[in-house]
Write a protein that binds this ligand. Structure first.
Ligand code: ZN
Length: 202
């Protein structure tokens, strides 16, 4: 099944006039939580993502997700690969490893997100793992927003600056490359339409 139609059917690919967390405007919004609320779908997507990793030469011990958005995707990916799952979380503005989770020296990690936009949180998670002696051998996400090059999908034109470490492969299920606009240049605003923060009317 096509990933885009799975997102649409789960009401996870919203169409309207949205203010993204970056402050930019877009006609579309991805809400992966709506796909992952269905455990069977989550399992299906994670299995597909796991297969792209199994088909590569990357070997991993543990999946680490940046909380909160990445936790469900990371957990399901770990289950599909038969690996351990941990997460890092933001406290006092800084990404940290808490809750008794441990990183062994040389332990190999994939950082898993639900959606990769520019990859900022994933890079913060990577830096936490590396400071504790772990090695990050890959990034993974269900959806990619078209800023970062991926291992398994050929993207002709990238949308903007990707913060991910390019020496580490990114595995993703689908590329959703929407147009985004500065408020001053947004065609929907120009038509007099009012933008909403996603979630405020659904
Ligand atoms: Zn607008």
């Amino acid at each position: 099944m096509e990933i885009e139609s799975i997102y649409r059917e789960a009401n996870a690919l919203l169409e309207g006039h949205f203010i993204l967390s970056s402050g930019k405007h877009s006609k579309f919004y991805l809400q992966s939580a709506k796909v992952l609320e269905n455990p069977k779908l989550a399992e299906y997507l994670a299995n597909r993502l796991a297969n792209t990793i199994k088909n590569s030469s990357v070997e991993v011990d543990t999946i680490c997700a940046p909380a909160l958005g990445g936790i469900l995707a990371g957990y399901e990916l770990a289950r599909a690969l038969g690996k351990k799952s941990i997460f890092v979380e933001r406290k006092d503005g800084e990404m940290q490893l808490r809750r008794g989770f441990e990183v062994k020296s040389g332990e190999k990690f994939i950082i898993c997100e639900d959606i990769i936009t520019t990859g900022g949180s994933a890079m913060e998670a990577k830096s936490v793992i590396e400071k504790l002696g772990g090695e990050v051998v890959g990034f993974a996400s269900l959806a990619n927003r078209g800023f970062c090059k991926t291992e398994n999908i050929d993207i002709k034109i990238l949308k903007g600056e990707c913060k991910l470490d390019r020496t580490v492969p990114l595995f993703t299920l689908a590329n959703f490359s929407f147009e985004i606009f500065d408020k001053s240049e947004c065609p929907m605003c120009r038509d007099g339409d009012v933008a909403v923060k996603p979630g405020s009317r659904v």
